[in-house]
Design a protein around this ligand. Sequence first.
Ligand code: B1M
Length: 237
Amino acid sequence: MSDSDDDLDLRSLDDDELVKQMQDDLYDGLKEEVEEGVNILLERGWQPYRVLTEALVEGMRIVGIDFRDGILFVPEVLLSANSMKGGMAILRPLLAETGAPKVGKMVIGTVKGDIHDIGKNLVAMMMEGAGFEVINIGINNSVEAYLEALEEHKPDILGMSALLTTTMPYMKVVIEELKSKGIRDDYIVLVGGAPLNEAFAEAIGADAYCRDAAVAVETAKELIARKHNLLGASAAG
Ligand code: B1M
């Protein structure tokens, strides 16, 4: 980073310049600057979701391209991830502010062998914001860890995340285990992560693939409503 960047007053930038600068700061792993940018945009009246998507998620998308192309390496990307988490921590309580009654419960975790957690945490945040109770069981979850969480929390939804082509097949392992225990249909199973798609979700027997956090919220609401309608119909008939 150059000296002139050191002296940059983020408040002197207009919104577009600030967002661009925040994406650069995320790229450079400058957590404090990213946090300051988030606060400035909020002070300027930006909705938390807009800050999240336009500044942070878009910044991480750019990091992902250069990581893929061998321009950035793991240590640098870790700093970017840490900066992103700093920004997300400011937004989380704002996104979760809701007086609405709980609409359902979800257990969510990243699968075994996979330590990517930003997307999963974002889904957890957005689900909380939409009125779901969320139990986030973290990364690198074995079948046993998922089963334990399901047993303990009795959620409506099981959410699984995988960011690697090598770890996404593990979702099928979890679903097969639910089937063999006869409890598959007790849960709505939602899956997500950059390398997945709808065909994969269908092939492994999940209820739906969620492209992003907003889709996860919409899908969860829709499937919960459908489940309640079915339960209501069977109770009535
Ligand atoms: Co890794 N990494 N990484 N990485 N990393 C990817 C995934 C990769 C695509 C980069 C690349 O090459 N372009 C590539 C995977 C290639 C592949 O499998 N085809 C990759 C690799 C190769 C690796 C390592 C193997 C690198 C190495 O060690 N040589 C290694 C593996 C470690 C492991 O897990 N065992 C590794 C490590 C890391 C870091 C630790 C450095 C860091 C993770 C830090 C962290 O998460 N705490 C990291 C990061 C940051 C990335 C990229 C750059 C960004 C991921 C991210 O946070 N995106 C990523 C590149 C990319 O994805 N384009 C990459 C932002 C986030 C908001 O999006 O996670 O997609 P995303 O989540 C979205 C949706 O996917 C969806 O909603 C979210 C929000 O909208 N979603 C769900 C996700 N989960 C969901 C669950 C749901 C619903 C929706 O449940 C209901």
